[in-house]
Design a protein around this ligand. Sequence first.
Ligand SMILES: [Zn+2]
Length: 347
Amino acid sequence: MNSPLKDAASFERYSRQILFAGIGESGQQRLALSSAVIVGCGAIGASTVALLARAGVGRLCILDRDFVEPSNLQRQTLFDESDASNSLPKAIAAQQKLRTINSAVSIEGIVADVTPKNAEELLSGFDLILDGSDNFETRFLINDFAVKHNLPWIYAAAVGSYGVAMTIRPGLTACLACLLEGDRFPSGIEETCDTVGVLGPVVQLISSLESTEAIKLLAGKEEALHGRLISSDVWSGRFQSVQIARNVNCRACSHQEFSYLEGDAQPHVTMCGRDSVQIHERSRSLDLAALGARLSSAVEFVHQNDFLLRFRVSPYEMTVFADGRAILKGSQDATIARSLYARFIGS
Ligand SMILES: [Zn+2]
């Protein structure tokens, strides 16, 4: 079992955190024995998981479906230019960086899109689930899973200069469905970072709120949780802290209806940012090297690493992952995506 305080060097490593009255030696020990899974390793996810690795959380798992691109570097502080030029999957790039930051904690990166089909497998076995995702489909899926299994999770989102964070403890606090479903409140953030942009600083602010709540929970300091939804606009300087009541008629936490988790509703092709769509293939195993060799004479450009293969058929660019999933850039048209996939990857 992981016990990082057993020697003087480990004690010294976390000494400033142990000195902090809210945590102390007992809290640090608890952190070392705790685990968290982060869903999505973009801007907020990468910052949060880095803070938790540094804080000494014993086991961290990073789930992400995407790869590093130059446009990420303005705010995704864990990645650098070589990750972008190598098109490394974010889960793998994060795993590599975090292992150099703290070799005493267990860190695993998994390249995957969390869906109703694999949520039970990917999210089970952790003390806490952290939101690093960029869409509400995924957040409601996390919420359903967390409520069903009575696990805490932390909702965190940012777009433009605005962000929100809220810790959800099923049965004790409002859940995401209490907050956003029905007519009680206006719906969640509709805009996306791909349409209105996002500032690096708001990401860091929201990540700080999320990781502080995570540290409280994992260190066994539940009494310190503030129990509020905090929102802020770093451009205007507005901060809000609101107590959210549970909805007695909530689909998820009152009626135990887990429509996102049970949903076979997920379409085969979904929007994935501006001018791109994602093709969800039932898990299949692709031989990327063989595919690359086959495509090299048929397309304009092929780039491949251990995790993905990218090729261009102007004006489109397709990135295929080893599990059969693909992201098509240059179109939002599901028909084009399906047709290119069938033509070049096969079905
Ligand atoms: Zn609820």
